[in-house]
Design a protein around this ligand. Structure first.
Ligand code: IMP
Ligand code: MG
Length: 184
């Protein structure tokens, strides 16, 4: 049982309402990792984590996989300091691995409008991988603007701005082991 927290580092005193506990997250990642391990046996798997939000999720997912996987990271900036998408996407860290012919699995923290994901699928495809699939910790439905296929995800969330387990609000709260709904 996790208790709601009130964090006093902001003047507005945002409230954190528990949404997913670290136990629930761990269980869903274990299930996801066994599905991915089954699907990628004997393949040339490359996980591409999307910084910064996905770094904790990717580290936990990777350690549960029973198949070999290479790892690389991409970073796009799309959000500013607020809680809604700016719609502007800029590449700020590129791939360092040759993914030509490889089976790429994009690892995202959360898909919200879908704009970032649609952009980055197209971007990854320009490197001619053998296949591209997407895995996200959270599939959030509230603000979807672009239809995107999320091949694997751990949790469906209808609405709200989430923080914790790598997810931030203005670079805060990434360290929380559980996931909370941030109410400002
Ligand atoms: P999209 O382009 O709107 O789908 O935005 C995707 C990115 O925005 C995610 O990869 C997150 O980094 C960030 N984001 C979207 N919703 C949330 C949220 O509820 N909490 C924290 N970050 C979020
Ligand atoms: Mg992100």
């Amino acid at each position: 049982m996790i208790l709601p927290l009130v964090v006093d580092t902001y003047k507005s005193m945002p409230e954190l309402i528990p949404v997913l506990s670290k136990k629930e997250i761990e269980r869903s990642i274990n299930d996801l990792a066994s599905r991915i391990s089954d699907d990628y046996q004997g393949r040339d798997l490359v996980l591409i984590g999307i910084l910064k939000g996905a770094f904790i999720f990717m580290a936990d997912l990777l350690r549960q996989l029973s198949v070999a996987a290479k790892v690389d990271l991409l970073r796009f900036s799309s959000y500013g300091a607020g809680t809604s998408s700016s719609g502007r996407i800029r590449l700020t860290k590129n791939l360092e691995t040759d993914i030509n012919g490889s089976d790429v699995l994009i690892v995202e923290d959360i898909v919200d409008t879908g704009l970032t994901l649609a952009y980055l699928i197209d971007y990854v495809k320009t490197f001619h991988p053998g296949s591209v699939k997407v895995c996200s910790l959270i599939n959030k439905h509230e603000n979807r603007k672009q239809e995107v296929t999320i091949d694997y995800y751990c949790h469906d969330i209808e609405e709200g701005f989430l923080v914790g387990y790598g997810l931030d609000y203005d670079e805060h709260y990434r360290n929380l082991p559980d996931i909370y709904h941030l109410k400002i």
